[in-house]
Design a protein around this ligand. Structure first.
Ligand code: SAH
Length: 341
């Protein structure tokens, strides 16, 4: 829902100013799916809004629900016919995380990621990003009355910092108390390491969490599997993170996918610890070891035992580490598996 359009429509209909927050609240916070559900306004106004506006900027083509019900993926068709995916995940606590896409496809072509395989189609506009959250709010309201969205992660399709103008607008709406009203700290933006973007996030949204998809700790390997590293090398990243810490003093999440035989050996753990320690602020780094989710791109995930050995090595070097539980695999909604199909 484009809030500016909503306000314009209400002006056009000669509505008093106090109507605006009333209707905003029903849409963005209560999560109504249809204007006719707003019982506090007249029938005429409801019908006018139905004629005038769409609440969502896409139609829902498909919803896939995992057997346990705790990961749900939606395939959305945008107005121009292109498709994106968004995922709703929970550990079963009544709290849910929403994973949003920021672009249709992705230009970066990381070798292990399904999204990058077919390149970038286009950037999403802000409304198409925040509407993914709105859609899941409506969904939870209908299906699971009391459940709430507690986190939003920009970890769906695309690279958020290559679409900063729109991502920024979406962050503004998501944290606006008159609109979605999420706390900045419940939102995370994940990047491959676009330096300019990291610095802009620090400046403009210092309380929004930053996640860095590192995955490799030498330029040789990172160049090979993540071509973007040719432009933003590990040394460049290090300086950017140091700068980020100076500005925010906030923790950064280091994402590390475990790929069997590729980045999960003893030497890799050594290189990773060495690199992270060289950044300086060890206590502000938290490493998430991620299970590789199967894609058409081959690769095998590291066995549980080897993951534990890797983890121990990092911990012995004074680093804080968790093994991230992979939710959503069954519906192909896990990270890197989103391909818009
Ligand atoms: N472009 C941004 C945002 C996408 S986030 C970024 O890369 O950070 C998607 C996350 O899933 C990234 O950490 C990405 O590296 C990771 N990922 C990609 N393919 C994956 C796969 N097959 N299995 C597990 N994680 C994957």
């Amino acid at each position: 829902m484009n809030n500016e359009q909503l306000k314009k429509s209400l002006v056009k209909n000669n509505q008093p100013a106090y109507r605006v927050p009333q209707i905003q609240k029903a849409i963005f916070q209560t999560g109504i799916s249809n204007f006719m559900e707003i019982s506090t306004i007249s029938k005429e106004l409801r019908e006018f809004l139905v004629r005038e506006l769409d609440i969502l900027s896409f139609s829902v083509k498909k919803i896939v629900i995992a057997k346990d019900g705790f990961s749900v993926k939606a395939l959305l068709e945008l107005r121009d016919g292109l498709a994106i995916e968004t995922v709703l995940l929970s550990a079963g606590t009544g709290k849910w995380s929403v994973c949003v896409s920021s672009q249709v496809g992705c230009a970066l072509n990381c070798q292990f990621c399904a999204t990058g395989k077919n390149g970038l189609r286009r950037n999403l506009i802000a409304e198409e990003i925040s509407d993914q959250v709105l859609f899941w709010r409506q969904y939870l309201k209908k299906k699971r009355g009391a459940d709430k969205i507690s986190n939003i992660v920009y970890m769906g399709m695309g690279e958020p910092f290559l679409n900063w103008t729109e991502v920024k607008k979406s962050l503004k709406d998501l944290t606006d108390n008159d609109l979605f009203a999420f706390g900045s700290r419940s939102i995370s933006v994940s990047t491959v390491g676009i330096a300019e973007g990291i610095i802009l996030l620090a400046k403009e949204f210092p309380q929004v969490n930053l996640a860095l998809s590192l995955h490799f700790a030498t330029d040789e390997k990172r160049n090979k599997y993540m071509p973007v590293n040719n432009k933003y090398s590990l040394n460049n990243l290090k300086k950017t993170l140091q700068n980020y810490f100076l500005k925010t003093n906030r923790q950064v999440f280091i994402e590390y996918i475990m790929l069997a035989g590729i980045n999960d050996g003893e030497m890799d753990a050594y290189e990773l610890a060495k690199y992270l320690k060289s950044i300086g602020k060890r206590q502000l780094l938290h490493i998430n070891l991620i299970k590789y989710n199967q894609t058409e791109r081959g690769f095998e995930s590291t066995s549980g035992n080897k993951v534990q050995i890797f983890k121990k090595y990092l911990e012995n070097n004074g680093l804080s580490v968790s093994v991230r539980k992979s939710l959503g695999q069954e519906v192909f909604g896990a990270c890197g598996q989103l391909a818009g199909k």
